[in-house]
Design a protein around this ligand. Sequence first.
Ligand code: GUN
Ligand code: FE
Length: 461
Amino acid sequence: MTDRYSAAHSWADLRNRVVAGDWFHAPSPGRLERMDGGLVEIGADGRIVAVCHAGSEGHRAMARAAARAGRLVTLDGLLIPGLVDLHVHAPQYPQLGKGLDLPLEVWLQRYTFPLEARYADRLFARHVYRRLVSDLLAGGTTTALYFASRHVEATCELADACIAARQRALVGRVIMDNPGQCPDFYRDASVAEGLAATRAVAAHIESHPANDGWVRPVVTPRFLPSCTDDMLRALGDLAGECGCHVQTHCAESDWARDYGQARFGHSDIETLDRFGLLTRHTVLAHGNFITGADMDLMARRGAAVAHCPLSNAWFANAVFPLRAALEKGVRVGLGTDIAGGPSASMMGAMRMTVAASRMLRDGVDPDRPAAERGRPGSDVDMITAFHLATAGGGDALDLPVGRFAPGQHFDVLRIDPDAPLGTMRLWGDESDEDLLATALYTASRANMTHVWTGGLQTGQA
Ligand code: GUN
Ligand code: FE
């Protein structure tokens, strides 16, 4: 009993410790690195100071010195980087699984905008957002890029919830001022009002006394249809002035792509670029219909895609050409797109990434001959999906997360293959790659026993 208690206790705060364990990360697409018995030293600031592979020079000396100083902690199970969700609509959490038989533009008007309008009630926002942030952390999402609603107070509640729970986050108050596309009850009254509200949220986040780099503001036009030209121009200027991140939806469905083409005469990517909204700090949700030329422009600007494969199955009308985008040098991470995607699970996002890529490769219409059914060479493997959900997401945000390397935040997820209520079963014959793939395909919440951000276990307060 005493041992169990002290073990649990010593795992809660890993700052200033040297942790021994079996580490798995994917520093680049398709490349898995496994460090069995590796040592990871964590500094007082929750960042990784040193990483030492078992069998490398100095490993024994480092382990011995740490043990002598009472700093050595040994973790069992599989240790992977915390997951990065690049696209979450926080106010849509109560909408999971609702109205999914509708097309996007109807779903937004009938379900999403009325629900998001309810966040005028700050206490409702607090209630939902605290639950969401703790649920996401429990599922291993240690960093999230959030769309909030258009309310200043509610968006500040979301930022506060992330800071309190120690989730790394970018939080954006959604901007939408086009009367032709946004209902009267849920619309920014003018460009000036939209900008002032956006600045008010940024000021709250930046002056929060406990915000030691945990949360940042992000300029968040909902998508091209919901904003006027004047608003898009002003937001491009704002993004240039503050240097902060930008997020929006882009070329998500046939309707959204056609709307942009008809109104602006260009692809969504070209239009965003013309408004100064396509930069190295831009993350574009979906991008299903981006062309080769769009990809080239994105790669030149350094803009990233939040690939949301589960949501795409309902709203996209197509599969995102992930492999082609990666080969063109476009930065990509994964998103759940709550509630377009009816699951908060980033494990689910990885699984769906692989499945969708295989459907694109082989095609889906059995009446067509195999040779004409799909797009050969479009598939990715689970290790690539794992990379995108960790280091790829971190890179897209220019945050030092997603790898086990000096300078990275110690944001880590422990998977216990033997968790009694879990769904993972091992049979003793797994190769390195198989072991991780088995975990990523079959682990459920009960297997995710510990999540740390900045070296501290979350959900312990
Ligand atoms: N396009 C504009 N708004 C939304 C949204 O809330 N969800 C999705 N999936 N697409 C959008
Ligand atoms: Fe979305």
